[in-house]
Design a protein around this ligand. Structure first.
Ligand code: FDA
Length: 306
């Protein structure tokens, strides 16, 4: 119930405008988001890299209702990639892109062209791009755009969501040589017709998908904070004789930082998903909705003396 309230609020532009102006929200956001500007993203990436962590950066810009906004998002990524290269942060830092932010809802072709420009900038900067997964209505279009991008940029990464019933099949398709695939549980409210609804069924699907990816020929990126699934990931790496260079763990900035440090200290590759940009409000509410205990953080911040 509380989760649905948070997720509904995450999509409200009016609440968003109010929240980004409030100092309380900003202080909570600082735990999960690098800041408003590319400078903040580069600075935080540097700190994480110094701690032995790889990074994938997402720009949180205005919701993409127009072709102008989609082009502005493309330009932001292109400029960020050149700054990351200039700061010596590539290939440690790559970027994650939502095709909806590049105009997918306006026209698939427009999103493809913008994504192509971002992939070209990433290649010039010596790093990679991963296409985030969004609601199930976009999955076919996203995987088609991915296949087209991979013709010129074969290291473009995909994201597959274990809660979708189709994902085992998608894992089989994508577990090929050179194919980078991030496996996550899935974050959007989805109907029973397309998605497993219980946490147990999602976890079981995650493990089946993980088995396919880890036994395949691609490069699996295990995106979870769930300690049981992380342990199973470590186990599968041993079973399938994968070295630390042949798969990675991924976690969100600000979530389970001790576990990120533990895995990295043990020799695993760990990549932190680091968002930045002015429109962090929706992202923040999705993170708070994922875990009721985060409400305690909200409460503490609201009652702290300022
Ligand atoms: P689960 O939600 O079961 O959490 C396991 C444990 O992790 C919790 O008990 C808690 O301890 C901790 N935890 C998890 N979330 C937390 C939070 N917000 N605050 C504090 N503690 C928390 N989804 C999607 O649909 N498309 C995408 O492209 C991506 N991309 C992506 C990239 C990366 C790097 C990650 C880590 C995740 C995504 N996701 C995503 C989100 C993913 O689908 C999922 O919603 C979250 O990762 C939470 O699921 P867990 O696997 O962590 O398990």
């Amino acid at each position: 119930m509380l989760r649905s309230v948070f997720l509904a609020a995450a999509g409200s532009a009016r609440l968003g405008r109010l929240a980004v102006a409030a100092p309380i929200s900003k202080s909570i956001a600082a735990r999960f988001v690098a800041g408003d500007e590319a400078d903040d993203a580069v600075r935080t990436s540097r700190r994480l890299a110094d701690d032995g962590l790889a990074v994938t950066l997402e720009f949180l810009g205005a919701p993409t209702g127009s072709a102008e906004q989609a082009a502005a998002t493309r330009d932001e990524y292109v400029s960020l990639l050149s700054r990351l290269a200039g700061a010596g942060l590539t290939p440690t830092a790559e970027v994650s892109v939502k095709l909806s932010a590049l105009g997918q809802r306006i026209d698939d072709r427009l999103a493809f062209e913008h994504a192509r420009a971002v992939c070209a900038a990433a290649a010039a900067a010596g790093t990679t791009v991963t296409l985030d997964a969004e609601d199930h209505g976009t999955t076919d279009s996203t995987l088609e755009i991915l296949a087209d991008l991979r013709k010129d940029f074969p290291d473009t990464g995909a994201v597959l969501q274990a809660y979708l019933r189709r994902t085992e099949g998608d894992c089989r398709e994508l577990a090929t040589a050179g194919s980078r695939v991030r496996l996550c549980k899935g974050a959007y409210p989805e109907p029973e017709s397309v998605a497993y609804q219980s946490a147990l069924d999602v976890d079981k699907s995650f493990v089946r998908c993980l088995n396919i990816l880890m036994s395949g020929e691609g490069y699996p990126m295990i995106a979870t904070h769930d300690p049981r699934l992380i342990a199973i990931g470590e186990d599968r790496a041993r079973w399938f004789d994968r070295s630390a260079a042949e798969f990675e763990f991924q976690m969100l900035y600000g979530v389970c930082p001790e576990e990120q440090a533990r895995l990295a200290a043990g020799g695993s590759t760990v990549r932190v998903y680091l968002p930045y940009g002015p429109q962090w409000y929706g992202y923040l509410l999705r993170r708070l909705a994922e875990r009721p205990a985060n409400l305690a953080l909200l409460g503490k911040t609201l009652t702290a003396k300022r």
